[in-house]
Ligand binder design. Structure first.
Ligand code: MF3
Ligand code: CO
Length: 314
């Protein structure tokens, strides 16, 4: 009910209007500078990589556009940004407790981020009014911090932190259990965390990203929960939300090919009850479970490497 979720995702730039649009990339000579910005000659840099991609493309496989493939300098920059993101979350680990308002969490995020000369990516992003997303219990994601919202014993909360540092983006989130949380809710939080480990096993270059989503979905269903379909993960690093869209409910052997230099988030939203969600009419941001049951989410940012993955932000 409420807002249309596709429009919501398009507006928040979580998905591009046509993800299957074929991008025509410029053909380079062997002695030209590589398109990746490394400063090396094409033949010594991404030339054989491009030939490999062409083979996949000819087989009808969705291959990543150049603009989402990061060079070593960019990866270094994203790492620096992630240091700030992780420091913010580590601070929250120590300070979140019963009686704290979500506005206070926002204040902490804002001041720590500033201390590092960084910028909180959510603030003013497509009109988002605060520096961080705080999502309690039945709120799935994109909750807006407020003075009137006080953490109480038994709550579970996701705090989703995203940082811009020297133009590079990082994005990760953690769950916090406040006081005495029921065994039921604790298990939900644990399964959401474990699902990231499952997904990570499938992050390998030259494999399709759908394998990861399918594995997460299967794991979560086996544990009796559901996975939100309409909101997923995303490429990130040079912008807040880049391709690919990362689903956690898709069939295996589908979606974009993962290649070295891609950076994206793994952030499945796991519901205790049904997968259905709605967007609050009041603020246009807060996403709730339709059945009012709790939802949990952990988010990590990963880099695809030559032989697997590296976790950049967690
Ligand atoms: N980290 C969140 C996400 O990728 C941020 C959403 S945009 C915001 O979904 F404006 F709500 F912060
Ligand atoms: Co994200």
């Amino acid at each position: 009910m409420g807002k249309n979720i596709l429009e919501y995702n398009l507006m928040r730039k979580k998905v591009s209007r046509n993800p299957f649009q074929v991008e025509v990339e410029e053909k380079l000579g062997r002695n030209d500078d590589c398109w990746c910005g490394s400063g090396r000659k094409y033949k010594k840099c991404h030339c054989s990589f491009d030939e490999k991609l062409d083979d996949y493309r000819r087989k009808g496989i969705l291959v990543p556009p150049r603009r989402i493939i990061k060079n070593p300098d960019q990866i270094q920059g994203i790492h620096e940004s992630a240091k700030v993101n992780i420091a913010v979350l580590d601070y929250l680990d120590e300070h979140i407790e019963e009686g704290v308002s979500t506005q206070e969490i926002d204040n902490w995020v804002s001041s720590i981020t500033k201390k590092y000369n960084a910028v909180a990516a959510p603030l003013n992003y497509e009109g988002f009014p605060k520096s961080v997303c705080t999502s309690i219990n039945d709120v799935v994601c994109h909750g807006i911090p407020s003075r009137d919202e006080i953490l109480k014993d038994g709550d579970i909360i996701n705090v989703d932190v995203s940082t811009i540092y020297k133009g590079y983006f990082s994005d990760s989130s953690r769950m916090y259990c406040i006081g005495n949380v029921s065994a039921e809710k604790k298990r939900l939080v644990d399964i959401a965390k474990q699902s990231l480990e499952i997904g990570l096993q499938y992050v390998q270059p030259w494999r399709k990203i759908g394998d990861l989503g399918a594995a997460i979905h299967e794991f979560v269903m086996q544990n009796g929960y559901s996975v939100v379909r309409d909101i997923g993960g995303h490429g990130v690093g040079l912008e807040f939300h880049e391709d690919p869209w990362v689903s956690y409910v898709c069939p295996k052997d589908t979606g974009m090919l993962m290649v070295p230099g891609m950076v994206f988030t793994i952030e499945p939203m796991i519901n205790m009850g049904k997968e259905d969600i709605y967007i609050s009419d009041d603020d246009g941001w807060t996403v709730h479970t339709e059945d009012g049951l709790p939802s949990a989410q952990w988010e990590i940012q990963v880099l695809v490497t030559e032989d697997g993955y590296e976790i950049i932000s967690y």
